[in-house]
Design a protein around this ligand. Sequence first.
Ligand code: FMN
Length: 206
Amino acid sequence: MSKNLLHIDSSILGGHSVSRALSASVVAKLKAANPGLAVTYKDLAAEPIPHLSGAHLAAAQAREGQHDPALAQDLAVGGKALEEFLAADVVVIGVGFYNFGIASQLKAWVDRVAVAGKTFRYSEKGAEGLAGGKRVILAISRGGFYAAGSPAAGFEHAETYLRGVFGFLGVTDLQVIVAEGVAAGPAQREASVKAAQEQIAALQAA
Ligand SMILES: Cc1cc2nc3c(=O)[nH]c(=O)nc-3n(C[C@H](O)[C@H](O)[C@H](O)COP(=O)(O)O)c2cc1C
């Protein structure tokens, strides 16, 4: 059976985005090694998912046909994001680092896929992830330097946050490719992107 790859971009910088270039390289590399991969592409900047709301939560818990028809579109968008995530064997996410965290567009997506009873559950044993068995690859671009041990490491809330989220959902196969310091001048940007591309070239096939 062919594998499904879900490719997500969240950068707001369009053609200038570093994370978009990196996530595209990851997908190209995996596709070259396995041409049978079925790729679904989602651009969260071009087609933003609305913020999760109390009305959405209430409607999602109501029985079919009982919710406010005005919320139908919102429920459909959230349901589609969840279905795409559940169906994916591999998830590749381009992550721009903004104000010490992820783009709010990507947070809105996380809010639609972290769903009790679907991707995690609470039991007497505590929280249990239900979305294991996927491979997740994050392609992150950061303007400054936040690697472990660096003075600003404590301000890194994108990689740490996403590692936490996917771990909570049961994902154990998570790879992170980072281009750091891309705002620290052209030479640094070039060197960081080159190093990230080398990591991508060494990725295992899906
Ligand atoms: C709105 C905005 C906020 C940013 N905030 C930070 C930040 O807090 N720390 C940082 O190191 N770089 C910051 N940057 C620089 C980005 O991390 C850098 O441009 C990175 O390449 C973004 O990913 P992208 O190119 O895929 O959009 C910011 C850039 C933008 C546009």
